[in-house]
Design a protein around this ligand. Structure first.
Ligand code: PGA
Length: 244
C-alpha cells in the first residue's frame, strides 16, 4: 500500500474570511489520491470558520501553535482544548518564527509537544539550522540538540518538519543530498537516543509545485510543510493533485 504523504499548508498570518473561504472552496472539490493528507493550518481566528467550511470534506484541520498549559492566566494565548474542540488533528510546534519572534526555546517546545499528545493532537515538530550553522558545518549537531531537548521520552511515532531557516520564504532550497543527509541523520538519532522507529519526515522551506515532486522523489520525504505557495490556489492544487 502506498505510504501516506502529508501536505501541510502553513498559512501563517495570512488570508482573511473571504479569501480563505475562496481557497477552501477550491480545495474541497479537488480530487486527490487517498494516501495524500491535505492538512490546512490557518491562524487561530480563522479556525472556527474553516472548521465549519471543511465539514464532510477530505481536508484536515491543523493549528500553527498551542500553549503548553490547557488553561490559565496566559493573556493572548490559545488553548489546545479549543483547538481540539474545533476539530484540529495536527498542530505545528517549534516553528522557527515562533522561536525567533516569541523566544520559544526547546524546553517550552517539549511542553507543547507533551500537551498536544495528551490531547490526541499530532504535533508537527519543526527543526532546522541557520545559514551560519550550515556554513560552519555545525548543522547536524544543532538539529540533534533540538531533537534531544524537544522530544519527550516514550513517544512511539513522530512527525518532524526539517525547515532550514535560510530556506524559509527565500526561494532557496538545500540540495537533494543535503535533505537526504538530514533525514537519515535525524532518523538514526531518534532511533538511537529516543528509541523512536516510526518517524515521518517532512521537508519545508520554499517548497512549490515545481520543486516538490523532485524533492519527494529524490529524498523520499513523507511530505512537505508549505508556507507561501500554500496561499496560491494554483500552486497548492498542483501539489495536491500531482503525480505521487
Ligand atoms: P515557505 O515557508 O514555504 O514560504 O518557505 C515554509 C514554512 O515556514 O513553514
Amino acid at each position: 500500500m502506498a505510504q501516506n504523504t502529508l501536505i501541510v499548508s502553513n498559512w501563517k498570518m495570512n488570508l482573511n474570511l473571504i479569501n480563505s473561504r475562496k481557497l477552501i472552496s477550491k480545495l474541497k472539490i479537488l480530487k486527490i489520491p487517498k494516501n495524500i493528507k491535505n492538512i490546512v493550518c490557518p491562524q487561530y481566528l480563522l479556525i472556527p470558520h474553516i472548521s465549519d467550511l471543511i465539514k464532510s470534506s477530505q481536508i484536515i484541520l491543523g493549528a500553527q501553535d498551542c500553549h503548553f498549559e490547557e488553561k490559565g492566566a496566559f493573556t493572548g494565548d490559545s488553548s489546545i482544548l479549543l483547538i481540539k474542540e474545533y476539530g484540529c488533528k495536527y498542530v505545528i510546534i517549534g516553528h522557527s518564527e515562533r522561536r525567533q519572534y516569541h523566544n520559544e526555546d526547546n524546553s517550552e517546545i517539549k511542553k507543547k509537544i507533551k500537551i498536544s499528545i495528551k490531547n490526541n493532537i499530532i504535533p508537527i515538530v519543526c527543526v532546522g539550522e541557520s545559514f551560519l550553522h550550515r556554513q560552519n558545518k555545525s548543522y547536524l549537531n544543532f538539529i540533534y540538540k533540538q531533537l534531544d531537548e524537544c522530544i519527550p521520552k516514550k513517544m512511539k511515532q513522530l512527525v518532524i518538519a526539517y525547515e532550514p531557516i535560510w530556506a524559509i520564504g527565500s526561494g532557496l532550497t538545500p540540495t537533494f543530498d543535503d535533505i537526504t543527509e538530514v533525514k537519515e541523520s535525524c532518523k538514526n538519532f531518534l532511533n538511537k537516543t529516543k528509541k523512536i522507529n516510526d518517524v515521518k519526515f517532512l521537508y519545508g522551506g520554499s517548497v512549490n509545485s515545481r520543486n516538490f515532486f523532485e524533492i519527494k522523489d529524490k529524498c523520499k520525504v513523507d511530505g512537505a510543510l508549505i508556507g507561501g505557495a500554500s496561499l496560491l490556489e494554483k500552486e497548492i492544487t498542483n501539489v495536491l493533485k500531482g503525480d505521487f
